[in-house]
Ligand binder design. Structure first.
Ligand code: ZN
Length: 247
């Protein structure tokens, strides 16, 4: 099965549409979303309507999804994130609010090969930044490939019995990895809607479970259009500015 993997869309419909144009519907079978559909960006309903139409195979909630729909009070957020969560909560249609409230907590197992989580497989809100976090995560994963998000940084950790390798993709479109038998993988596809690795292009991944081929990809999108929406919505200007530098 050919999967399209999206994470941290963050209500950025311009970035989502560019990803869907770069990975047309005919090139994948099912969609997987690793949480943070909303928060920061100005098109929460646009993003949720689009994703729901695509009938994802598996989805999980992110911390911003929880804050926007009232599962979490956002007290762990900084002031800007909390403001954006409240704005999003007010903007959501009843249907999309219900959808967010029903999103499952990760980790979720997807078939025999794959597991998905937002932050980490041991805590949905924990950030996996370094090899220490990755080792802790790989101790509890139950599938050879675990996909995660939350940090907005594309990365691949590969654990064999002997070694743990960390691979930071070079930003090629695509960066292709064929998964090896006997190796456990922990992979972040990066963020569709608010990349933070210095590359403003939307990050996403595709995974072919038959050939075990993973592609980390980037898609340029009209950043200025997303910025205009954020400003027009009255959201903090810093949320618009950061999109241009990918931080
Ligand atoms: Zn996020």
């Amino acid at each position: 099965m050919r999967l399209l993997v999206l994470s941290d869309i963050h209500a950025n419909i311009d970035a989502l549409d560019a990803v869907l144009a770069a990975a047309p519907r005919s090139t994948w079978d099912r969609l997987i979303v690793l949480g943070d559909f909303v928060g920061y960006g100005a098109a929460p309903n646009g993003v949720l309507d689009r994703v729901r139409l695509l009938d994802p195979l598996a989805v999980i909630r992110g911390n911003h999804d929880k804050a926007a729909c009232g599962i979490d009070d956002g007290s762990s957020f900084n002031q800007i994130a909390r403001y954006a969560a409240a704005w999003t909560g007010d903007a959501l249609t009843p249907e999309n609010r219900t959808y967010l409230r029903a999103l499952p907590m990760g980790p979720v197992l997807v078939g025999d090969d794959l597991e998905i989580c937002h932050g980490s497989p041991f805590d949905e809100d924990h950030y996996i930044f370094d090899s220490g976090d990755a080792l802790q995560a790989l101790e509890v994963t139950r599938r050879p490939l675990c996909l995660f998000g939350h940090t907005h940084l594309p990365v691949l950790f590969a654990k064999s019995t002997e070694t743990l390798d960390l691979v930071v993709p070079e930003g090629n479109d695509p960066d292709t990895v064929v998964l090896l038998p006997g190796v456990r993988y922990l992979v972040n596809p990066g963020s569709v809607g608010q990349p933070r690795d210095g590359d403003p292009r939307a990050g996403f991944a595709t995974y072919d479970s038959d050939t075990r081929t993973l592609q980390l990809r980037r898609a340029a999108y009209p950043v200025d259009a997303a910025q205009r929406r954020i400003i027009a919505a009255g959201l903090p200007a810093s949320l618009a500015n950061r999109l241009a530098i990918g931080r």
